[in-house]
Design a protein around this ligand. Structure first.
Ligand SMILES: NC(=O)c1ccc[n+]([C@@H]2O[C@H](COP(=O)([O-])OP(=O)(O)OC[C@H]3O[C@@H](n4cnc5c(N)ncnc54)[C@H](OP(=O)(O)O)[C@@H]3O)[C@@H](O)[C@H]2O)c1
Length: 325
């Protein structure tokens, strides 16, 4: 594994350069503030009338319209939602300076051809492995978030040094920057979102909750068992790994996990996981994402509304109200 930390990385390639951050959402806010606090000349590029302008300025950041920010920058970071990158890139391409560096925090839009950047541009990625809120709070605590980095195209000969200096300036060099490539990062990330942490785990929690409720257990007890304990296992795995987590729990829980875990995640689950990976690599998810944007996010809106009214969520709200009283 090729892992670099602050001491291995020269910050100089960003000195005297201006970075434009396009988008002030989850990653944009965190990366812009971390860059500013690392002494980098940063401007946040926003759409005319953006509600984020006031917030960014209140946080001490300079803002500009997207085209002005891009035209003034040596490094431009695409931190708007992935499905907007195709139109956003087309919009900014005429303003991009010759030999500028174009950066991404996810490999998706390059790996699946949403953008096809001009040949004179350096193309790099620094992909923090976690949400922007944590990227910012870790930075403020003097810590950092691990990230993958990659160079897709080194047009100027400086792309590697700029990518690493950027990763260092947003605090990721404090934890480690791991060399990867756009395809690996995008495929692994999309697979995990569907099959494991963000797709598989919540559905497992809901299925467990509903099974207990159908079996006559009260929703509150079912919620505390199946959903409320998630943070405990996450913290234990973070602190001591999967093997250490098993040793840290009671013999009763450990034996239950041993007997039950592989009944739940059987060969069928593994076969479907392999299918998800094949589909991701074939671009099926990228097509779904484009279609979802074209359909004004109708499927996502419907799913959000259904999730808010589900019994498991009603139970969470009841328990939270008990906590507050
Ligand atoms: N979310 C995460 O934790 C996370 C983690 C790792 C990597 N990433 C990657 O980071 C990138 C940004 O993701 P995100 O979740 O931070 O995005 P986000 O929060 O959804 O981004 C919102 C920002 O993008 C702007 N925006 C939306 N549509 C736009 C458009 N068509 N043109 C220009 N600006 C537009 C919004 O502008 P307004 O202010 O005008 O609404 C807002 O400032 C993605 O590549 C993502 O895969 C995200």
């Amino acid at each position: 594994m090729d892992l670099l930390r602050d001491a291995d990385i020269d910050p100089a390639p960003l000195a005297g350069k201006r970075v434009a951050i396009l988008g002030y959402g989850n990653q944009g806010r965190a990366q812009a503030l971390n860059l500013k606090d690392s002494g980098i000349d940063v401007v946040v590029g926003l759409r005319g009338g953006s509600g984020s302008t006031r917030e960014a300025e209140a946080n001490g950041l300079r803002t500009a319209l997207i085209e002005e920010a891009v035209g003034s920058a040596d490094v431009v970071m695409m931190l708007a939602p992935d499905e907007t990158h195709a139109s956003l890139y087309q919009e900014v391409e005429p303003q991009l300076r010759d030999g500028a560096a174009l950066g991404f925090s996810h490999g998706l839009s390059v790996r699946f051809g949403f953008v096809d950047p001009r040949p004179d541009l350096d193309i790099f990625m620094v992909a923090p492995k976690g949400p922007g809120t944590a990227l910012r709070s870790l930075y403020e605590q003097g810590k950092g978030m691990i990230a993958l980095w990659a160079v897709e195209r080194d047009a100027t000969g400086d792309a590697r040094d700029i990518a690493l200096a950027y990763g260092r300036a947003i605090g990721c060099g404090r934890a480690g920057l791991i060399a990867s490539n756009f395809a690996e990062e995008a495929e692994a990330d999309l697979f995990n979102e569907q099959a494991v942490v963000w797709g598989g785990v919540p559905e497992l929690l809901i299925a467990g909750f509903e099974t207990l409720v159908e079996g006559g257990i009260s929703p509150e007890v079912a919620y505390l068992e199946c959903v409320g304990e998630l943070h405990l296992i996450a913290e234990l795995i973070e602190a001591c790994g999967i093997a250490g987590m098993r040793e840290a729990i009671s013999n009763t829980a450990e034996l239950g996990a041993l007997l039950g875990g592989r009944r739940m995640v059987d060969e069928g689950v593994r076969e479907r996981m392999a299918e998800v990976l094949r589909e991701v690599r074939a671009g099926r998810f990228a097509d779904e994402l484009k279609a979802e944007k074209a359909n004004a996010y109708g499927r996502l809106e419907a799913a959000r509304s259904e999730a808010r009214s589900a019994l498991v969520e009603q139970t969470r709200r009841r328990l939270a109200a008990t906590d507050e009283s």
